[in-house]
Design a protein around this ligand. Structure first.
Ligand code: PTT
Ligand code: SF4
Length: 610
């Protein structure tokens, strides 16, 4: 095989064993890699119904056929497992040299099961895996862990690690790399912590076999050049995702006061231009010439790498309008290994619940020190932070008082940073995302703003599906960053050329769409297998706040979603997907996608339609 190494590595932490598992070209061609491989591995190897924080869970690191080959923006790695936050499929996409080193070590994916008796670091150096005592690392934050490990193994080693949040099994703990890259919103860091696995160090020295190495080299150089010619390239390097603050403010979509409003009176203090004033550099993933991580000086006089989501969720959503302070909270979350999106949600929820006097804790909007202390309490599971560390859905269930209405989550995952009072298509994208309310698969809101916000039309459903296929299917399975395409307009046909040069196989765009549908249906089947007949459409209805409490300020004052219309839209979306009215794939759909065995197995867990 060219482009793929043809090997997975199976690691059992209980037995201190690591065994290579070859796989065939059929699997490579039918699911490509990254998310496709992760979904298939979890479907095949994970026992349904297991506790996500038990040794039975499988943590998968999966790269794609372009990883490690110098392709533009290909320094990404998919991390997946059954999510402790949602009980369904969870994954994240992390920018790290760890994926590149993993491939050079000879593996397209590493699958980790079991639980180490004592904390360990897994060190994979080419074909050899060793289990290193982590007593000197356990308790360290993610920055110190990685730096210490690089001092031992060298700066070129690829390291992923967890912080105290992952060790303490906070349900939205992430896995971190390179001081500012974070992945696995749905609690992948907690899964790693439950296995007593502090970090994985990858070192590889072999070349991945490539079908047409000279062609690939030329294409890579041409791709980097082409990216630099894109009209928005210069501004992207200036602000990265941060210009979204101003855009959301203009369009009443900036999450404010726990998604109660879409505009924030101090938005200009936390936006892209405010960021430029405190910016000291750019950072990012390997193999990227459009580095989007904005490095700024924070209020603790050290550096933070900030993105839009982090700033909106730890800024406007908790009422904080001081960017240096927001950046300091961002750095704290990175060090502790907490997902900033879920974190901003649980804090916003806690403040709103306190203001409504539904809890004894007294919390206020926009208080830096109070928020910082709460973040530490969440990571170390102290006081009220212990409950908040379970995620907003579980916290609301514990508190009661109708607080589920303002617990901003879908399928258990806290919503990303776009207010949807006036964005039905974006709400649909959240509702049907493969991991819970994440924007990664269909950032449809910018298209929706141009198209018209009020309608619940078929065009909107089609657009969500199109985006999910490209972003959630193709880019996640290639395990390549989507930003060159989605933010700068780097054309999709580059990727079919890269694939051909790397693998020698012609994979036209239509074939990639088929793989995308297959992957997304496999993930859907995973969720349904876990939930069985308790799965229902209501699980994909967004939080009631967006339907019951209109915006009270800004140009779209009075706007809110319509429940009956949204439900109708969701049903139509299911029909277009070939799913029944509950959102369960029909037998015929799975058969069309060459997943007859999945259909057969699913029948043991849920009543299916033809
Ligand atoms: C992603 C989610 C995002 S999406 C952001 S900002 W974004 C938050 N970043 C966090 C962070 O930082 N620190 C922290 N402690 N928690 C954080 N949680 C949030 O995590 C990320 C970039 C970004 S920045 C985005 S949109 C794009 N995402 C891609 C994707 O999903 N797939 C893909 N093929 N390409 C992508 N390119 C872009 O990558 P999750 P990263 Mg992340 C500090 O993983 O679980 O999906 O959560 O990986 O290396 O940091 O790159 O405005
Ligand atoms: Fe990473 Fe940003 Fe470059 Fe994408 S554009 S590869 S997220 S640094």
């Amino acid at each position: 095989m060219f482009g793929w190494t043809g090997n997975f590595l199976q690691v059992d932490l209980t037995r201190n064993k690591a065994v290579a598992e070859p796989y065939d070209s059929h699997l490579a061609l039918s699911l490509i890699g990254g998310r496709g491989f992760a979904a298939k591995i979890l479907w095949d190897k994970l026992t349904p119904g297991i506790d996500p924080l038990s040794p039975e869970n499988k943590l998968v690191f999966a790269a794609g056929p372009l990883t490690g080959l110098g392709v533009p923006n290909s320094g990404k790695l998919v991390i997946a497992a059954k999510s402790p936050l949602t009980g369904g499929y969870g994954d994240g996409n992390l920018g790290t040299s760890a994926g590149i080193e993993m491939r050079k070590a000879g593996y397209d994916a590493v699958i980790i099961k079991g639980k180490a008796e004592k904390p360990v670091v897994l060190h994979i150096k080419n074909k050899v895996a060793e289990f290193v005592d982590a007593k000197d690392f356990w308790g360290l934050n993610t920055f110190d862990t990685e730096n210490h490990l690089k001092a031992i193994y060298g700066r070129s080693a690829g390291v992923v690690s967890i912080g105290p949040a992952g060790e303490n099994l906070v349900k939205f703990a992430i896995i971190s790399s390179q001081e500012g890259r974070a992945g696995g919103r749905a609690g992948m860091g907690a899964v790693m912590g439950s296995k007593n696995l502090k970090a994985v160090v990858f070192e590889g020295f072999d070349d991945v076999p490539v079908a047409y190495p000279e062609d690939l080299k030329e294409l890579n150089a041409a791709g980097y050049r082409e990216i630099m010619t894109k009209p928005s390239y210069a501004f992207w390097k200036q602000q990265g995702t941060m210009s979204t603050v101003e855009w959301c403010q203009e369009n009443s979509a900036l999450p404010t006061f726990n998604f109660s409003e879409g505009v924030f009176e101090k938005a200009d203090k936390i936006g892209g231009f405010a960021m430029e004033k405190i910016k000291v550099g750019n950072r990012g993933c390997p193999n990227c010439n459009m580095m989007c991580g904005n490095v700024v000086k924070n209020s603790n006089r050290n550096e933070s790498e900030i993105d839009y989501e982090n700033v909106a969720m730890l800024g406007s959503n908790v009422g904080l309008g001081n960017l240096r302070q927001v950046a300091a909270l961002n750095r704290l979350a990175d060090e502790l290994g907490l997902d900033t999106i879920s974190l901003g949600n649980v804090i916003g929820f806690a403040i709103e619940t306190s203001q409504k006097k539904s809890i004894p804790e007294e919390l206020q909007w926009g208080k830096y020190k109070e928020t910082r202390d709460l973040i530490n309490d969440i990571a170390y599971r102290r006081g009220f932070g212990k409950l908040l560390g379970e995620g907003v859905k579980a916290t609301a269930a514990n508190i009661g008082h109708e607080s589920a209405d303002w617990a901003m989550q879908i399928k258990g995952l806290e919503v990303s940073a776009y207010d949807c009072h006036a964005a039905p298509a974006m709400a649909l994208a959240y509702a049907t995302s493969s991991v819970g309310a994440h924007h990664k698969e269909a950032w449809v809101i910018s298209w929706e703003v141009k198209f018209g916000r009020k309608s619940y039309s078929e065009e909107k459903i089609n657009k969500v599906i199109e985006m999910q296929r490209i972003r959630g299917g193709i880019f996640e399975s290639l395990a390549v960053c989507r930003f060159p395409n989605t933010s700068l307009g780097f054309e999709l046909d580059w990727y079919t050329k890269y694939l051909q040069a790397a693998t020698g196989k012609e994979m036209p765009f239509n074939a990639l769409i088929y793989v995308a549908d297959k992957t997304l249906n496999l993930i859907r089947a995973f969720w349904i297998r876990e939930y069985g007949n308790s799965w229902r459409r209501e699980m994909e209805i967004p939080p009631m706040k967006w339907f019951k409490k209109p915006l009270t300020t800004g140009p779209l004052k009075g706007a809110m979603l319509d429940l009956a219309k949204f439900d109708g839209m969701l049903k139509k979306y299911y029909a277009k997907r070939g799913w029944d009215e509950r959102g369960i794939p029909r037998r015929s759909t799975l058969q069309k996608l060459s997943l007859p065995d999945v259909a057969k197995q699913l029948e043991n867990y849920v009543t299916m339609s033809d």
